[in-house]
Design a protein around this ligand. Structure first.
Ligand SMILES: *Cc1c(COP(=O)(O)O)cnc(C)c1O
Length: 389
């Protein structure tokens, strides 16, 4: 074990401050370390392993595809990515999909789509992309520019130009920004994940939709973390009765393999033409076959389970000793502890066999969508105990 820790610190770039455990394997919602100690996993690889570790149906779809065709170039037709794109369009009522390999790439594509749409329809000076304070949209230089948190911007200037940030839930401030800039697109997360699991007001989200429609602005919803059943609907915007022009997603889409999607509605689905964008791995058959296995199982029955489990967590933890608030939507939950920091809570939970995440000053929970009730109840009891001590 010490070898692994030492070699990691020696050979891996120092970008991650890791917890003191090494995960060796997992099954469902239980992760195991190299000493054989088991943990209930309330983070699912940051909302990635939608049906838990090594879910059998997903693993079978992936291994079958790996033994059939692991990759070819986007110069040829292949069926897994087409099946996935068709499913995504059917489930959203949208038109076309571009596949990349991550959330940041999905957002890069969305930004290119908004800029090209505005360039062709409103003029080339309409390039501004508006995002919200405290948002998170990725780590590339352009998606960092979109991210409304200064701490990520330090030391990497200059970032891509043409991004303006405005406070969440302040529709008048957004109107002002739209009046004062030549805006191509507005991009929001309906629940800010990295920003602290803050669900935006429904009225604000509907207001953004209205402003976009009134001003022919491309409305982009970043569903990288909130998407694919996480909030108890296929995509979180579906809670609010809005119709985005572009939906980006990644994380839980692939169930554990890298994939990102930029889903486009009719207004913008023909904006990208030959040569406008591309990705060598984009729509990789193995990642796509895994994603088809995930997406085809996201139905009302599962969403009902997600909602019931969410309610259980909210009911148990809201007002509990040592917890000042619980926020979020579905199985994307933030807990603000009182008297302990979020990272203290996370490390104490870890010692007691429960893995949680943090987001700013919150303890963040993103369990597998199908986490067994028994695991969920045990984990919530541990979190409650740790916060209440
Ligand atoms: C994680 C995340 C991203 C970035 O995704 P990567 O796959 O890490 O590039 C973008 N937007 C949101 C909302 C995210 O949570």
């Amino acid at each position: 074990m010490t070898d692994l820790f030492v070699n990691d610190k020696t050979y891996i770039a120092n970008t991650y401050s890791r917890f003191d455990i090494a995960i060796s394997s997992g099954k469902g919602s239980v992760a195991e370390d190299y000493d054989g100690k088991e943990y209930i996993d309330m983070g699912s690889g940051i909302g990635v392993t939608s049906f838990g570790y090594c879910d059998e149906e997903w693993a079978e779809a992936v291994t079958k595809q790996i033994n059939t065709l692991q990759h070819t170039s986007n110069l040829y037709y292949t069926s897994p990515c087409v099946n996935l794109a068709k499913l995504l369009c059917e489930k959203t009522g949208m038109d076309k999909v571009f596949f990349g390999n991550s959330g940041a790439e999905a957002n890069e594509c969305a930004i290119k789509v908004a800029r090209k749409y505005a360039c062709e329809n409103k003029g080339e000076d309409y390039y501004t992309i508006v995002t919200l304070d405290n948002s998170f949209h990725g780590r590339t230089l352009t998606t960092l520019a979109a991210t409304g948190q200064d701490k990520y911007h330090e030391n990497f200037q200059p970032l891509t130009a043409g991004f303006v940030h405005t406070p969440a839930n302040d529709i008048e401030a957004l109107k002002e920004v739209v009046r004062n800039n030549k805006v191509a697109g507005i991009m929001i997360e309906c629940v800010q994940g990295e920003g602290g699991v803050n669900a935006l007001d429904g009225d604000f989200i509907r207001g953004v939709d209205d402003i976009c429609k009134e001003n022919d602005i491309v409305f982009i919803v970043d569903e990288v973390q909130t998407g694919n059943g996480r909030t108890g609907k296929m995509y979180s915007y579906m809670h609010f009765g809005v119709s985005p022009d572009v939906v980006t997603t990644a994380k839980g889409l692939g169930g554990g393999l890298p994939i990102g999607a930029c889903i486009m509605a009719s207004k913008v689905s023909h904006v990208l033409g030959y040569g406008d964008h591309g990705s060598t791995y984009g729509g990789n058959p193995v990642a796509s076959a895994g994603a088809v296995s995930i997406i085809s199982r996201l139905d009302d029955e599962l969403f009902g389970e997600v909602t019931a489990k969410s309610k259980y967590v909210f009911d148990e933890l809201t007002g509990a000793k040592g917890i000042s608030s619980v926020s979020g939507l579905g199985l994307m939950i933030g807990i603000l502890p009182e008297g302990k920091t979020a990272s203290q809570v996370v490390s104490e939970c870890m010692k007691k066999g429960v893995l949680c995440l943090t987001a700013k000053d919150k303890v963040r929970l993103l369990p597998a969508l199908n986490i067994p009730w028994e695991c969920l109840k045990k984990a919530v009891a541990v979190i409650k105990e740790v916060c209440g001590e």
